[in-house]
Design a protein around this ligand. Structure first.
Ligand SMILES: [Zn+2]
Length: 333
C-alpha cells in the first residue's frame, strides 16, 4: 500500500478559541466557541442559548435544510450555515471538537473560511492517540440530477474538482481542481467568499431572509453582470468556483470522517451535495472504512474488515452518530 498524504492520528485543538459575528440570515450577533473534544467524538454543535446537553452531531443524517445553506438539527436544536466552519475544521485537520453557539447560525464572518482558519491556528492542533478511520473509495460512484453531476473515484489522497457555468455574467465557466492538504486548503480555498447576484440578495431581504448579508460578507454581482459591487475586487480571479469547492468540502465533512477519493462536481449546490452523499453511502460496494496506521514516517491503511455499512458502524463511532451525554459546561454569556 502506498504511503498517504494524511496524518494517521485523530486531532483536536490545543485550547478553546472563540469569536463573534453576525448570522447571515438572522442578522443577529452570535458568539462561537470551538473547544477541544475527546477522540472518537467527532464534531458536535451545542446551542448555549437553549437547554441543550446532547447537541447536534455534524453528520449528514442530521441535515434538515439545504436551500440557502446547510442546516442540521436534533429535535429542537437547530444550527444553520455549517458549511464554511466545517470546511475549515476539515481543511485544518480537526477530527474532534465541540462547537458552542448562542444562536441558530454559525456567524458568516467575511463569507469565507479564512477567519475560522485564523482562529484554529491560534489554538493549534493537538494529536490524539486514536487513529483516524477513513472512507476509502474503491469504485466510481456517479450521481446525476438535471444539469448536476457529482462523481467520486478511487484516489490515494483527497482531491476535489468543481465546475460552474453562469454564461450570462462575469462568472462565466470556471473549473478548479485541488489535491488537498492543510496548507493548500489555507492558501487556495479558505479565503474564497460567498457570492450572489444583487437582485437575489434584494429578493431575500424582501422575504426577511439574509438580513445579515452585506458587502463585507457576500460578493455581490452587479445588475450589469460584468462587475462586482464590493470595494477591493475579487481575492482570486476564479474566486467563485473556489468558493463552490469550499462549500463542497464543508458539506462532505458531514460524512463524519476523512475521504480517500477524487470528487468531481459539476453545477452542484448544497442540495445536490447531500443527495450525492446519500447515493455514496447506499453504494456500499464502492467504499470501505479503513483505519490508518503509522509506519515510520508514512501513513498506511490497515484493513479492518470487509466493505459493509455495518463495519462502518462498528469501527467508526463518529461515522454514525452516537448519543453521548456531556455535562453542560458553564458558559460566560
Ligand atoms: Zn458557501
Amino acid at each position: 500500500m502506498a504511503s498517504l498524504p494524511l496524518n494517521p492520528h485523530q486531532h483536536t485543538l490545543q485550547k478553546m478559541v472563540s469569536c463573534t459575528g453576525v448570522g447571515l440570515h438572522s442578522g443577529n450577533e452570535i458568539n462561537l466557541c470551538i473547544k477541544p473534544a475527546p477522540e472518537n467524538s467527532g464534531i458536535r454543535f451545542y446551542r448555549t442559548d437553549l437547554d441543550d446537553t446532547v447537541g447536534v452531531p455534524a453528520h449528514m443524517d442530521k441535515v434538515v435544510d439545504t436551500r440557502l445553506a446547510t442546516t442540521i438539527a436534533n429535535a429542537k436544536v437547530m444550527v444553520s450555515t455549517t458549511e464554511h466552519l466545517m470546511a475549515a475544521l476539515q481543511g485544518f485537520g480537526v477530527d474532534n471538537a465541540d462547537i458552542e453557539l448562542d444562536g441558530a447560525e454559525v456567524p458568516i464572518m467575511d463569507g469565507s473560511a479564512g477567519p475560522f482558519m485564523l482562529l484554529m491556528k491560534r489554538a493549534g492542533l493537538k494529536k490524539q492517540k486514536a487513529m483516524r478511520h477513513v472512507l476509502r473509495i474503491t469504485k466510481e460512484v456517479v450521481f446525476k440530477s438535471g444539469d448536476t453531476e457529482i462523481r467520486i473515484l478511487p484516489y490515494d489522497g483527497f482531491k476535489v474538482s468543481g465546475e460552474i457555468h453562469f454564461e450570462d455574467s462575469l462568472i462565466d465557466n470556471q473549473s478548479y481542481s485541488i489535491e488537498l492538504d492543510p496548507e493548500k486548503f489555507n492558501k487556495e480555498i479558505s479565503q474564497a467568499r460567498t457570492f450572489g447576484y444583487v437582485e437575489q440578495v434584494e429578493e431575500l431581504w424582501a422575504k426577511g431572509l439574509a438580513q445579515g448579508s452585506n458587502l463585507d460578507n457576500v460578493i455581490a454581482i452587479h445588475w450589469d453582470r460584468t462587475t462586482i459591487l464590493n470595494d477591493g475586487g475579487l481575492r482570486f480571479s476564479n474566486e467563485f468556483i473556489r468558493h463552490k469547492v469550499l462549500d463542497l468540502i464543508g458539506d462532505l465533512a458531514l460524512m463524519g470522517c476523512p475521504i480517500l477519493g477524487h470528487v468531481i462536481a459539476k453545477r452542484a449546490g448544497h442540495t445536490q451535495h447531500l443527495a450525492f452523499m446519500k447515493t455514496l453511502i447506499a453504494a456500499d460496494d464502492s467504499w470501505e472504512i479503513v483505519e490508518m496506521e503509522a509506519k515510520g514516517n508514512h501513513s498506511v491503511l490497515h484493513q479492518i474488515g470487509s466493505t459493509t455499512k455495518a463495519m462502518g458502524q462498528q469501527f467508526m463511532p463518529f461515522f454514525v452518530p452516537q448519543s453521548y451525554q456531556r455535562p453542560r459546561a458553564a458558559h460566560a454569556s
